[in-house]
Design a protein around this ligand. Structure first.
Ligand code: MG
Length: 250
C-alpha cells in the first residue's frame, strides 16, 4: 500500500533526512587510504546517535552495522570490517539511514578514495547524474516507470548497465515502504506518483554486466564479472511543485 504523507509529516521527516545526509557526509570525510571500513561505520554511528537518532540499518534484517560500505565490485550491502583497509584508487559506496521522531531518511554516495582511475570517475559521474535524471522524472502525475526509464536511458547510452535484482523504495515511518522504484523500466508504466509520496531513488550502476550475486554472508552483493559498480541515493518527496530532495545536509 502506498502511503501519502501530509505536509506536516514531510516536514518532520526532513529532520531524519537531514541527519542521514550529514551522516553520509561524515562518512565521506573518512574515506581515505589506510582507513578501515569499520572505522567509517563507527563515525557514522556516533554521529547519528549524537543527534538523538537511531541508525536505520543497525540490526535491520540482522544487518550488523550502521552503514553499508561497498568497495569497487561490491554493489551494495557491504559489511564494514576491521580487515578492510581502504587503498588509493578504491571507489567506496556508503549507504546510510537515520530514524528520528518516527521517520527514516535514506541516502547513499560513492566516494573516491584518493585518486581514482578515469574509468571509475566516469562511472561515478554517470551514476550520480542518472540519479538527478530519475529525480527530475519524479513529478506528480508521472509514473514509477518514468523514473526508472530516465535512469536507464541515461546510463545505457554511456555503455553502463542497471542492476535488476535491487531497486529503490518508498520510505517513511518504515525504511522500506511501497512502491518499489526500479532503476529501469518503461515510461508511462507503473504506480502513479502522487503529492505526499516519499521515495528513495537509488541507481546501482555497473561498468559491465548487471548480473550480481550475494556472497555467503547473505549481504555483500557483488558484480558477477568483478567490474566496478556505483550507487547514489536520495530520499525525495513528490510535491505539487515538483520533486523535493529531502536528504540535504545542513
Ligand atoms: Mg534505500
Amino acid at each position: 500500500m502506498v502511503i501519502v504523507k501530509t505536509a506536516r509529516e514531510i516536514s518532520k521527516m526532513m529532520d531524519a533526512c537531514r541527519i542521514s545526509a550529514n551522516a553520509l557526509r561524515v562518512a565521506g570525510e573518512y574515506v581515505k587510504p589506510g582507513v578501515t571500513t569499520r572505522e567509517i561505520d563507527e563515525q557514522v554511528r556516533k554521529y547519528i546517535e549524537k543527534q538523538g537518532a537511531v541508525p536505520s540499518f543497525l540490526g535491520y534484517g540482522g544487518f550488523p552495522a550502521s552503514a553499508c560500505i561497498s568497495v569497487n565490485n561490491v554493489v551494495i550491502h557491504g559489511i564494514p570490517s576491521d580487515e578492510q583497509v581502504l587503498k588509493e584508487g578504491d571507489i567506496v559506496s556508503v549507504d546510510v539511514g537515520a530514524f528520528y521522531e518516527g521517520f527514516h531518511g535514506d541516502n547513499a554516495y560513492t566516494y573516491a578514495c584518493g585518486k581514482v582511475s578515469e574509468n571509475a570517475k566516469k562511472l561515478m559521474d554517470a551514476t550520480r547524474i542518472s540519479l538527478e535524471k530519475g529525480i527530475e522524472a519524479a513529478c506528480a502525475g508521472n509514473r514509477v516507470g518514468d523514473i526508472g526509464n530516465a535512469v536507464q536511458r541515461y546510463v545505457e547510452a554511456r555503455g553502463y548497465s542497471v542492476v535488476r535484482d535491487f531497486v529503490g523504495h518508498g520510505v517513511g515511518a518504515k525504511l522500506h515502504e511501497d512502491p518499489s522504484i526500479p532503476n529501469f523500466g518503461k515510461a508511462g508504466r507503473g504506480v502513479r506518483l502522487l503529492p505526499g509520496m516519499t521515495i528513495a531513488i537509488e541507481p546501482m550502476i555497473c561498468e559491465g554486466s548487471y548480473e550480481v550475486e550475494v556472497l555467503e554472508d547473505d549481504w555483500t552483493t557483488v558484480t558477477v564479472d568483478g567490474k566496478l559498480a556505483a550507487h547514489y541515493e536520495n530520499t525525495i518527496a513528490i510535491t505539487p511543485d515538483g520533486p523535493k530532495i529531502m536528504t540535504v545536509p545542513g
